[in-house]
Design a protein around this ligand. Structure first.
Ligand code: ADP
Length: 669
């Protein structure tokens, strides 16, 4: 399994791969928009400031122009005071000024009674000759100011008698220390300002204001400033300018803001995508790394396990070899001694040794077979009605001798009212209990071994308890594993294959129960087998098999091993059968063709032709003759092969005469 951190980070990164770059992209676009707006506002106000300063400059220049115009008039005023003017010289002077200065509409002399007497040019100004300027308030006010204060004064905007809007500038005159009328200069507003603003006409429009009232306007849009006073004309006259084109407010750089902003947004988003992508890659690497670390750990564990298993198997083999050699040694030794033995008593004893050693050997081989059957899932459970108290008693009967030999007190407790019959595989139950009691006796040097049997409802509990050497906590964890013993010294001291508990545990599970242990070193162990069983009733009594009910029927035995031939012949003769013996399959077929047999016993493995092939050939000719496999091959696979070849039954070696007799009865009666 993955250590989740990198994995969950990876999932998150995959999900957000495009989110962050997208957010950054949109944010950058917003920023661009904000910069554009701000820059535009800023540029607008900068331009207005510029406009105001230009307005001021232009107005000051206008002041200068007006001052220049009026200085000419002032010069005429001085000459008037010197009393050097005649009508003719005044006209000439005034005309010269009029021609030199474009801005005058007219120049006139006004007498002390405010009447216009002389005027230049006369043409176009005829209406003004002899006009009493006091006829109108604005004119009169300005005249009185100029006369009383002795300074130049300007009228408010007026409608000129020559037509158009304009204003008059009065210069008071003195002769011989006395007030002697005015020089009046007439200006038309449109003429004055058009003349003056001509130089700016490409850039600016303008407006002339007097006391908030627009006097003259060359503006086609609202203005942006308040205008600047034309001081020479008095504070109320103001000039206001305005740019001709709206482009004035558009910065030449502004057009670049969006493209640059867009490019930067793309760049930032791209960089972020790149970062996200490289982060994703590094997380993927981290994940792969975690996988590798995980796999390495698993491999180390598997390696350790396989080393442990291989160690356990090697020690199992060495142990097994020892376990097999011990009874073999007994058999061979006793057989050797029996060869040259004359005493009947001694030969019985040797016979007894051979018998018990052979059983011990068979037990070991059965254990190995059981183990391999369980491992391959081929061990089948046959539940049948079993008398459990009887079974427990028979185990007691078998084990009491062992207990007595070791001077161990063996006690089995089963309640009086314990229900007798239960549905269970008695062979396997017996096997488990024999193993548990056998171990308890084996690993208890002195003291007591007890077995309690209890039933609560459908549950039966078998508790085997001893006061023996016990098992450490650490080893309790492995003793149910195959080939494991609690301690290597156990092998040397007590013998054993290390298969018993592993088989018992697996059998318990196959019976639908559990096998557990409680133990303390040097105090003893308690093994508990719990099974859930169905109660049953007594089975029908099995018919006693009569071992001598045959009447000399002729049968064929196909068997290559000389010892087995002799043993089988003896047993079969004892059962009252006549036996021909063939040493391999092809000889068997030959005999079959020459005689008329009632039945054939067929070994599986034989030289020249094996039992399976021989059976197939015979079956091809004869459907009826019973053929029974008699073999040391005991797996269910062998059973299946025999059936496929056409055999009717399957008996295993070593021969059990009772089983053999009952099987033969099935086919010969
Ligand atoms: P075997 O007895 O053939 O060695 P088992 O699988 O039956 O194999 O037992 C495995 C190991 O468990 C034994 O070798 C022994 O060390 C330990 N063991 C089993 N039963 C007992 C017991 N009653 N008391 C102490 N140790 C036991």
């Amino acid at each position: 399994m993955l250590a989740g951190s990198a994995h969950s980070k990876l999932m998150l990164s995959k999900k957000s791969l495009y989110i962050y770059p997208f957010i950054l992209f949109v944010s950058c676009l917003f920023l661009t928009f904000y910069i554009d707006r701000t820059y535009e506002k800023k540029y607008h106000s900068t331009q207005i400031d510029y406009l105001s300063s230009r307005e001021k400059e232009i107005t000051l220049e206008l002041d200068f122009v007006m001052r220049r115009e009026l200085s000419a008039v002032e010069r005429m005023g001085k000459r008037w005071g010197n009393n050097t003017y005649t009508k003719v010289t005044w006209d000439l002077d005034a005309l010269a000024y009029y021609n030199d200065h474009d801005n005058f509409q007219a120049i006139s002399w006004v007498d002390r009674t405010f009447h216009v007497r002389w005027i230049v040019p006369l043409e176009g100004n005829e209406k003004a000759v002899n006009l009493n300027l006091a006829f109108e308030e604005n004119r009169r006010k300005a005249l009185i100011v100029a006369r009383d204060k002795g300074t130049i004064s300007v009228t408010a905007p007026i409608t000129l008698v020559q037509g158009g809007k304009g204003f008059l500038v009065y210069l008071p005159l003195e002769k011989n220390g006395e007030f002697d009328g005015f020089i009046s200069s007439v200006f038309r507003v449109d003429k004055l300002f058009s003349n003056f603003m001509a130089q700016y006409s490409e850039q600016f429009n303008y407006e002339v204001i007097y006391d908030s009232e627009t006097i003259y306007k060359k503006l086609d849009r609202d203005s942006y400033t308040d205008g600047f006073p034309v001081s020479i004309l008095g504070e109320k006259w103001r000039l206001r300018i305005s740019p001709k084109s709206e482009d004035f407010f558009v910065s030449p750089f502004q057009v670049f803001i969006y493209p640059i902003g867009f490019c930067i947004s793309l760049f930032v988003a791209g960089m972020s995508l790149l970062l996200q992508y490289s982060r994703l890659k590094s997380l993927q690497l981290e994940e792969v790394n975690e996988h590798l670390v995980e796999n390495n750990r698993a491999l180390d564990l598997a390696k350790q396990k396989s080393e442990d298993a291989s160690k356990a198997k090697s020690s199992f083999l060495a142990n097994m070899s020892h376990e097999i050699r011990t009874p073999l040694n007994g058999i061979l030794g006793a057989a050797d001694l029996a060869k040259n033995c004359d005493s009947l008593e001694d030969s019985r004893e040797y016979n007894e040794i051979i018998h018990s050693s052979s059983h011990a050997l068979l037990d070991i081989i059965n254990d190995i077979l059981d183990f391999s059957k369980i491992e391959s899932g081929k061990l089948s459970i046959e539940n049948k009605s079993t008398n459990i108290p009887e079974l427990v008693k028979s185990i007691y009967g078998l084990m009491i001798h062992v207990a007595e030999e070791k001077s161990i007190y063996l006690q089995f407790n089963i309640p009086e009212d314990f229900p007798q019959y239960w549905l269970v595989d008695s062979t396997r139950l017996r096997q488990i209990l024999l193993n548990l009691v056998g171990n308890a006796l084996k690993f208890t040097p002195e003291g007591k071994v007890t077995m309690e049997v209890d039933a609560v409802g459908d549950y039966i509990k078998f508790t085997v308890k001893d006061t023996g050497i016990g098992i450490s906590q650490e080893r309790q964890a492995v003793i149910f594993d195959e080939f494991e013993q609690a301690d290597t010294s156990t092998t040397r001291k007590f013998g054993g294959t290390g298969l018993g508990l592993s088989i018992s545990k697996k059998l318990s599970e196959l019976l639908g129960g559990t096998l557990s242990i409680e133990s303390e070193l040097e105090k003893g162990s308690t093994f508990t087998l719990s099974l859930r069983l169905e109660k049953s009733v007594a089975p029908k009594a099995e018919e006693e098999v009569d071992l001598k009910t045959f009447n000399g029927e002729q049968i064929l035995l196909c068997e290559d091993n000389r010892t087995n031939q002799r043993i089988a012949q003896k047993v079969l003769n004892k059962l009252g059968l006549k036996v021909d013996i063939a040493s391999d399959g092809s000889e068997g077929i030959k005999f079959y063709h020459e005689h008329n047999y009632s039945l054939i016993l067929m070994d599986m493995q034989m030289p020249v032709m094996d039992g399976l092939e021989a059976t197939k050939i015979i079956r091809a000719e004869d459907d009826d003759i019973p053929i029974i496999a008699l073999t040391a091959n005991v797996t269910t696979e062998d059973n299946r092969l025999c059936e496929e070849a056409g055999m009717n039954a399957f008996l295993t070696k070593p021969l059990n005469s009772k089983l053999l007799s009952s099987e033969l009865h099935k086919w010969l009666d």
